[in-house]
Design a protein around this ligand. Structure first.
Ligand SMILES: C[S@@+](CC[C@H](N)C(=O)[O-])C[C@H]1O[C@@H](n2cnc3c(N)ncnc32)[C@H](O)[C@@H]1O
Length: 224
């Protein structure tokens, strides 16, 4: 655990009375986080298992999930940098969160990045690749969103929350498909959404489909 994480662990579970009253913001303590995650221990240690927390706060659960997944990546792939990078990216890509408070979403992203950064630099120090940091930052920018999980929109823009599904293909490539969060949750909207071509799309159809991209090229341009 890095210094910032240790400091966070010592922090109180409540930031202010107003935030508790307005948003029910009481962070879960470490012990409860671990006890709850232990109920699905196998999933927390499966590198590509998908976790979505719809009121993620600043990430007490998601950071622990990433820590557990990366421990598995370390033990299995720590000897090969490219393999470690590939699987660490898959671990990050399968973690999702939403919070109604923008500072929480930002902090959650930052904590997840710090956990990745700490493991990566400890293992590979000067051999760490800028592209890999960029990929992870890009994934976190797409996966940890500022949004209202009750009305499924961004509180400011009122635009729908859109999540990206990341699927590894042929080892080093990633496939991105975007889905509207509301439609993933509310099955009643099954045939009311439209795809890129303006055709009615089923609930399990993406609203946008992206070309395959090498996992170290993610975020290189706007196209992916
Ligand atoms: C009880 S705290 C739990 C935070 C985190 N899950 C944890 O266990 O530490 C509840 C969180 O839900 C967020 N929240 C409240 N209403 C929300 C909504 N409609 N959509 C998304 N997040 C919401 C709050 O900002 C707060 O971070």
């Amino acid at each position: 655990m890095n210094g910032a994480e240790e400091e966070k662990k010592e922090n109180k579970q409540v930031k202010s009375k107003k935030r508790v009253a307005d948003h029910g913001e009481v962070f879960t303590a470490d012990r409860e986080v671990n006890a709850m995650l232990d109920l699905v221990k196998q999933e927390t240690e499966r590198i590509d298992s998908r976790f979505l927390e719809p009121a993620c706060g600043d990430g007490n659960f998601l950071t622990e999930v990433l820590r557990r997944k990366l421990a598995v990546v370390d033990s299995r792939y720590g000897k090969s940098q490219l393999e470690w990078e590939r699987y660490a990216v898959i671990a990050v890509s399968s973690i999702y969160g939403v919070d109604i408070l923008e500072d929480n979403a930002n902090e959650c992203r930052k904590r997840l990045f710090n956990i990745f950064n700490e493991r990566y630099t400890t293992l590979f120090s000067v051999k760490c690749k800028e592209e890999c940091f960029r990929t992870v930052k890009f994934l976190l920018s797409r996966n940890i969103l500022w949004g209202d999980a009750l009305d499924f929109t961004n509180p400011e823009t009122k635009k729908p929350i859109v999540f990206s599904e990341w699927s590894p293909v042929n080892g080093t490539m990633l496939k991105r498909r975007d889905y509207i969060f509301r439609f993933l949750v509310e099955k009643t909207h099954q045939f009311t959404l439209f795809n890129d071509e303006g055709e009615p799309a089923a609930i399990d159809e993406p609203v946008k489909d992206f070309p395959l991209v090498h996992f170290l090229k993610l975020g290189e341009d706007d196209a992916n």
